[in-house]
Design a binder for this molecule. Structure first.
Ligand code: ATP
Ligand code: MG
Length: 335
């Protein structure tokens, strides 16, 4: 059976893009013919500073987000990355397979480093090799992600292909396929339609957090930047209107329909009509999830237990693949 791997960083509270572009998609795939492994990628989080006093709870909160959204730890493997040391080990091996020139082409690094490229961590630069390790450690074949991660999955394929070729191990690592589907694969920042919504974005007003209450959600959509035109009656009419398009896509993602259907329903509507409808929809969909997250966070020991069990299952798959990798590369392993 095909095997799915994906992850979310505990680098802050979950935002609507994480839900629509990633976690909701994982839940949809869970019922299909896949073996699924979902990870809280804490080693990735520290590529930028994380307060040690907050990292544990951030890890638990992402776990609670997975569980509250419908990931079933009996059906899928759910764990945090740092509890399976094989991720860090394979990442080192891949650091020696990946080329500096490949890393230099990663647009996310350029975005995140900005003008400060000399001052960011070496980990932020090497991050895509760790991500390749996360995926290939399980011989995963499918990687559901948001649009922003497409380039990193392509790099994963390049690393797999180069490893297989250089070590004469044709077919050892599969070349995984990114799965980027649905109407909300790139949810945009509510204040700037040219940037994606992110957990780590500067202002809280630019994103909807999974844990925002009803009033906050309504306020954020009300203040979301748009042009003054009403909604058009065809999708074509949204060309060149990124903020309007984003709100339509969010509505489609939350209501599990298409942007076309949303436009048909709201043709000619002004923002005074559409924004409150969108806020009501978001509250109806996110409210029960954030309530369940809060309930789960009351029992941290239970979350920790779920992660420990998941880590054991993950390691049982990962360790033999790591051992084979060491063997293929010629390492002496006498115990
Ligand atoms: P950070 O700002 O710390 O990078 P993030 O919000 O980008 O946080 P990640 O943990 O990097 O979240 O990404 C987790 C998953 O969510 C990935 O599959 C990513 O593609 C997806 N994702 C993140 N932001 C969006 C978005 N705005 N729209 C759709 N998918 C998204
Ligand atoms: Mg990100």
């Amino acid at each position: 059976t095909p095997r799915v791997f994906s992850g979310v960083k505990p680098s802050g509270g979950l935002q609507l893009g994480n839900y629509l572009g990633a976690i909701k998609r994982f839940v949809d795939m869970q019922g299909q013919d896949y073996e699924a492994i979902f990870c809280v990628v804490d080693l990735h989080a520290i590529t930028v500073w994380q307060d040690p006093k907050e990292l544990k709870d951030a890890t638990r909160e992402v776990t609670a987000g997975y569980l509250a959204s419908g990931i079933d730890p009996a059906q899928s493997v759910l764990f945090n990355q740092s509890q399976v040391p094989a991720h860090a080990e394979l990442a080192w091996l891949f650091n020696c397979v990946a080329r500096v020139g490949w890393m230099n082409r990663m647009t996310q690094f350029k975005d995140k480093a900005g003008k400060n490229a000399e001052k960011v961590s070496l980990g932020l630069y090497a991050y895509p090799a760790l991500m390749a390790a996360d995926i290939l450690l399980y011989h995963a074949t499918h990687v559901p992600v948001g649009e922003d991660q497409k380039q990193h999955v392509e790099l994963t394929r390049d690393i797999a292909a180069k490893f297989n070729h250089d070590y004469g191990a044709e077919g050892f690592f599969p070349l995984p396929e990114p799965i980027i589907e649905g109407p909300a694969t790139r949810v945009m920042n509510l204040r700037d339609g040219s940037k994606k919504m992110s957990k780590s974005g500067e202002s809280d007003m630019e994103r909807i957090n999974m844990t925002d209450d009803a009033d906050t959600i309504a306020k954020k959509f009300k203040k979301a930047r748009t042009d003054p035109e009403p909604l058009p009656d065809t999708l074509e009419g949204l060309k060149g209107r990124p903020e309007a398009r984003n709100l339509v896509d969010i509505y489609a993602g939350l209501s599990e329909t298409t942007p076309e259907a949303v436009i048909t329903e709201f043709a000619g509507a002004g923002w005074g009509t559409f924004k409150p409808a969108l806020a009501d929809l978001a509250v109806a969909k996110l409210g029960p999830i954030s309530e369940e997250m809060a309930r789960l966070m009351n029992d941290k020991a239970e979350i920790d237990r779920v992660l420990a069990q998941g880590a054991e299952r993950a390691e049982a798959i990962a360790q033999p693949i790591l051992d084979q990798t060491y063997d293929i590369m010629g390492f002496l392993r006498s115990r």
